[in-house]
Design a protein around this ligand. Structure first.
Ligand SMILES: Cc1cc2nc3c(=O)[nH]c(=O)nc-3n(C[C@H](O)[C@H](O)[C@H](O)COP(=O)(O)OP(=O)(O)OC[C@H]3O[C@@H](n4cnc5c(N)ncnc54)[C@H](O)[C@@H]3O)c2cc1C
Length: 404
């Protein structure tokens, strides 16, 4: 018999999962706190590394074909916005999802009906009790919803790390938050004026930091007074991994650029390797912020107009605090999947294109009928790719079928 499935988040994971579940005869509802693909809209101006053929599931492609929607050439890499416009939005118009996405509804917490976290431990009765979700439709409008299965596809992008030690806030950071962006900005486009002729400190050493640096260097060509300071915890002059014959060409180009920059080889970027922000103070009107930074050469004071705090994201696990979820103490991802990823990494992997194969069992939890999918299933790891999602959806459908 079909299950009532509550899906949290209408990003790619939630949409792919809901379509597959509906087609398999279940009753799925997606609760989305903003609007469809809200997180991707925030970085919609960025060109993805992965080409269309890796971003689209065979299931999604078939449904679009039925609707008469053509997809762009499979080897092109879309921007985030193009991915939404040509794939996700058309899919949400498919009959299977008609009336199935509730936008503007935040899931605040999840519990098991008539059972506290520690109760019915390993008891089959726990699986027979439905889930209860606390929904918030606005500040004053709250209600419960009930489901047999809950699939958390809420991503990590809404939950950034801070500038300070170990990802926590640096003293003073809260007070100057309005000058800090914890996500990429459209430096070449809409946000140009925030950065042109200003001093920007970029904190972090992931691909987002590399993208921001590349955009700022380009901005300097038309606004030469633009100053760029890069603070990265890594002390290595080549902090970005390169993979032999990398099929994701733009990833490899970006890594090459960032390694040159880290080694001091890119004009216009002042680099501080092995650097850790330890305090932030409000500056004067010329430089609204002063960052106090520990470096191998002693403490430095960096004055800046803006900070791009791109130190990564982590899952919001408060949603399922009352469920029996076994989390990895290092990545905050679901434990079995985290262990599989760690084993691959230890075996010399690290390339997000070389993951798996998986059995599906990695997605199970002590809590029966609760699954974490998509970017959130990788916890703090930033190696999640949409190709992984497509397999996850198939695996979860099978796991749902095996539930009592
Ligand atoms: C700059 C950038 C570039 C990237 N490039 C690539 C790429 O080239 N290829 C690739 O495969 N991946 C790429 N990624 C990773 C990409 O983010 C994921 O592949 C994809 O967005 C993950 O989808 P998701 O559905 O898991 O999460 P998200 O897209 O983050 O969607 C989560 C959704 O859940 C909603 N939500 C959150 N909390 C709640 C709540 N409590 N209640 C209700 N709704 C909630 C959010 O509003 C959001 O709509 C990139 C990421 C970034 C940041």
């Amino acid at each position: 018999m079909g299950k009532r499935i509550a899906i949290i988040g209408a990003g790619p994971a939630g949409i792919e999962m809901a379509l597959a579940a509906m087609e398999a005869g279940h009753e799925a509802v997606i609760y989305e706190r903003g609007s469809v693909a809200d997180n991707i809209h925030l970085w919609g101006f960025v060109r993805m590394f992965s080409p269309w053929r890796m971003n689209v599931s065979s299931h999604g492609a078939r449904l679009l074909e039925e609707m008469g929607v053509d997809l762009p050439p499979e080897d092109e890499c879309p921007t985030g916005r193009e991915f939404i416009e040509s794939y996700l939005e058309p899919l949400t118009r498919h009959d299977l999802l008609h009336g199935r996405i509730e936008e503007g509804v935040e899931v605040a917490a999840i519990a098991r009906k008539h059972a506290l976290k520690h109760e019915l431990l390993g008891d089959p009765e726990r699986a027979r009790r439905p889930f209860v979700l606390l929904l918030q439709r606005g500040p004053a409008e709250e209600e419960y919803a009930v489901a047999d299965v809950v699939i958390d596809c809420s991503g990590v992008f809404g939950n950034h790390r801070w500038l300070g030690e170990g990802g926590i806030q640096a003293p003073g950071e809260k007070r100057i938050q309005r000058f800090v962006d914890y996500r990429l900005r459209d430096i070449r486009g809409r946000d140009r004026e925030l950065f042109a002729g200003k001093t920007t400190a970029v904190v972090g050493h992931g691909y987002s930091a590399a993208t921001a640096l590349q955009d700022l260097v380009e901005l300097r060509q038309s606004a030469p007074d633009t100053r760029i300071v890069w603070l990265l915890r890594e002390d290595s002059p080549s902090p970005y991994p390169r993979f032999a014959n990398d099929p994701l060409r733009s990833r490899d180009e970006l890594a090459g650029f960032a390694n040159r920059a880290a080694g001091g080889g890119v004009t216009g970027i002042e680099v501080h390797r092995g650097a850790q922000v330890v305090m932030v103070e409000q500056g004067d009107e010329n430089n609204p912020m002063v960052l106090f930074v520990d470096t191998p050469d002693g403490e430095k004071r960096i004055k800046a107009d803006r900070v791009l705090g791109l130190a990564g994201y982590e899952p919001d696990n408060s949603l399922y605090r009352e469920l029996q979820v076994h989390e990895c103490y290092a990545s905050l991802g679901p434990m079995k999947l985290a262990a599989a990823l760690l084993a691959e990494e230890s075996a010399g992997g690290g390339d997000c294109l070389k993951q798996g194969p998986r059995t599906g069992a990695e997605l199970t939890n002590p809590e029966p009928g609760f699954f974490i999918l998509g970017a959130k299933s990788y916890g703090t790891r930033s190696t999640f790719l949409l190709t992984v999602l497509h397999q996850q959806v198939e695996d979860v459908l099978k796991l749902i079928d095996s539930l009592p």
